[in-house]
Structure formats: C-alpha cells, structure tokens
Design a protein around this ligand. Structure first.
Ligand code: F6P
Length: 372
C-alpha cells in the first residue's frame, strides 16, 4: 500500500529549498511509490490543513528557483499566534496528520524547525528533518542548504566594496547575516580578503580594530574593509551579558528573575545599530571616513548555487530513503562525504558555532586579518 508523506518548509527561506522538495518528491514518487502532500507556510499550514498534492508536474522546473514553492513562516507549533493569543496547537496538527493518514512528515528548516519537529515527534508523529539555513549553525551536520549560495553573495559584496573603499580612502563595514554564529562573515571575509573580520565567537575591542586599520595606513593602505557578523559584540557587551545571564540564573524569586529578563531585553535593544556605532567610533579613532553596508536579505535571495542544488538533491533523496527505512525521529545530516540519520535529540538545543581553532580562523590570522 502506498505511503503518504507530508512535507513543509519552515523558518527563514534559503536558496535550495525547492531543489530539496524536488529531490525528495522525485525520489519518493519515482523510486518508492510514496505520495507527497505539501503544507503551505510552515507549521501554520499544517495546523490549518492548507495543503497541495506534490505530483510530478508540481515538482518539475523548480530546481533553480529561489525561495520555496510551499511558502514559509516562523510560527512555532506550541506557541502559535491565534487571534490575540499564543496557543499550543500541536494537537490540532496531529489531527491533520491523522486525517491525511500520513506515515511521515518531513520538515525542512533551521535550528528552530528541528526543535519544532522534535515537539511533533513527541506528540507521536513520524518526523524526518532536512537541515537548511544560511547561518550553517545546526548541530551535528557539516553544512546546511543555503549556506553556499549566501557565502557566494556575501563574498561578492566584500569584493565589490574594495574598489569603492579604495577610491575614497574609506573604511567600509559590511554587516552580514549569520544570527549568533560567524560562519558567513568569516567565510566571506576570508574569501573576499576583508582586512578585519568580526564574529560573535570572538568579542571585539574597537581599539584593537582601529590599531589594525592605522597599521594599514602606516604601510600605505588608506582603505579597509571590515566584515562584521550581525551577531558580533564588543568584549565589554559580552561581559555585561554574562553578568546579566548569571543574575537571571541566580534569581531567588520570580520578581528577581523578571528584573533580570528585562535587563537582558534592554541589553538586546542596545545591540541594534551597533555596526553604525562601530563605524562612528572607528572614524573618530582613525580619522578615516567610514561607511556601512548592511547586506540583509539579498543574502537569502535568488537562485541557489550549484553546490546548494547538489546538497539539496542529496539531502532530499536521502530523506525519501529514510522514510522507507522508517528512520523516524531523525535529521538527515551531512557527515563528511555521507548523508546520515542523526537522532533529533542530538540536534535540538544546541548550536554549531565556529570553533576558535577552526582552519578558517587560522588562515585568516596567517594572512594578517584582524579578528578584533
Ligand atoms: O536564520 C536565517 C536568518 O537569515 C539569519 O541570518 C537572520 O538573523 C534571520 O534569519 C532573519 O530573520 P527574519 O527572516 O525573521 O527577519
């Protein structure tokens, strides 16, 4: 008897999602006789039972499209905005799962999606996940769909900023995505030859950066490119946050905990516009004119790179074979040259940050890049 499989894409979109849907779908239909039902807009579509049969025709011609034909959202099953409230809608999702007689649900998404899929697994659904995010921060997988395309776009930006920074003798700071990890800024910074790379894993000191820039000026280089990750913070801010987190942990009652939470929120608000503040500070410290480019969503847009299409096709087809083998409750992970099923317990509540001894960091240091 044919098996029925649901699929959804959740979290921020990335190039390569359609390639993953196509890989999963073509293999599911052609190799294994699985029927595929897509749910629109992430977990919200599952809750509302907004679905579409993903047949051969719908899966055709989408390999190179950016975004996701299913749409996406950041809605969480256990905290779903319904009217004015945030409600736990996991039971409603289970009903839809059962109504469609699904044998499995494939969730394609980032760190948050892995956790949400894990919650549905705990409700009794047979879940398989595929890792995607331009941040490359999901635990237990070497890489994720979308990272390579975003890396190419970010590197191109760093490349292009060189000529204008050089012509105007300016410092240009380019803020790159990556959430709380520095893979994208580090990768694009090294590949694009940024003079300074700032990532969340290495809190920075503005004085160290200005010294490095002034050193360049002394050697006749009157411009500098600073690749800064959106999650990068100063050493001072990082120490402040540590103190606040400790206060929250040590809170003796509800009121103390609430105060600590409010202070953390205030700290988070202070982080907004930090790239612009750093540019101003560097201008004052070095006497060089500074400019900021915030690359933003362009890093997630457009056609996937060849490498992302390959990865998505491999992960999608591997997910189909895992359904047939009933390896439920796992993420299809890239481990070296292989695609492996990793239990979701090992993936959730963890983040893959850049290790300080990573070869990209070593390479950056060896070519004289300042890391703040
Ligand atoms: O996780 C991918 C990502 O693009 C991050 O790099 C960024 O911090 C975040 O999503 C932006 O989120 P949103 O799409 O909700 O604005």
């Amino acid at each position: 008897m044919a098996k029925y499989v649901g699929v959804l894409t959740a979290g921020g979109d990335t190039p390569g999602l359609n390639a993953a849907l196509r890989g999963l779908g073509k293999s599911a239909l052609g190799e294994y006789d699985l029927q595929l039902i897509g749910f629109y807009d992430g977990f919200r579509g599952l809750m509302n039972d907004r679905s579409v049969i993903l047949d051969e025709q719908r899966l055709s011609g989408i390999l190179t499209f950016g975004g996701t034909i299913l749409g996406t959202s950041r809605d969480k099953p256990h905290r779903m905005p319904v009217g004015e409230k945030l409600l736990d809608m996991t039971d409603a999702m289970l009903e839809v799962y059962e109504k469609h007689h699904l044998d499995a649900l494939v969730c394609i998404g980032g760190g948050g999606t892995q956790k949400n899929a894990y919650r549905l697994m705990q409700k009794g659904m047979n879940v398989i996940t595929i890792p995607k995010t331009i941040d490359r921060d999901i635990a237990m997988t070497d890489t994720t769909i979308g990272f390579d395309t975003a890396l190419g776009i970010a590197t191109d930006a760093v490349d292009r900023l060189h000529s204008t920074a050089h012509s105007h003798h300016r410092i240009i700071l380019v803020e790159l995505m990556g959430h709380n990890t520095g893979w994208l800024a580090l990768g694009a910074g090294v590949a694009g030859g940024a003079d300074v790379i700032l990532i969340p894993e290495i809190p920075y000191q503005p004085e160290v950066i200005s010294e490095a820039i002034l050193d360049r000026v002394r050697s006749g280089k009157r411009f500098s490119i600073v690749a800064i990750s959106e999650g990068a913070i100063t050493k001072k801010s990082s120490e402040e946050l540590e103190t606040l987190l400790k206060q929250k942990k040590d809170a003796r009652d509800k009121a103390e905990k609430q105060t600590a939470v409010e202070k953390i929120e205030a700290w988070q608000n202070m982080q907004a516009n930090k790239t612009i503040s750093l540019a101003q500070e560097l201008e004052e410290l070095t006497g060089l004119e500074s400019r900021v480019t915030i690359l933003g969503y362009v890093q997630r847009g457009g056609i996937p790179s060849a490498r992302d299409r390959l990865l998505a096709t491999e992960l999608g087809t591997a997910a189909a074979s895992m359904i047939v083998k009933e390896k439920y409750g796992s993420m299809v992970a890239v481990r070296g040259e292989k695609m492996e099923a990793v239990p979701l317990e090992k993936v959730v509540d963890r983040r893959r940050t850049v290790p300080l001894e990573h070869s990209w960091i070593k390479a950056a240091k060896r070519v004289g890049t300042c890391l703040g």
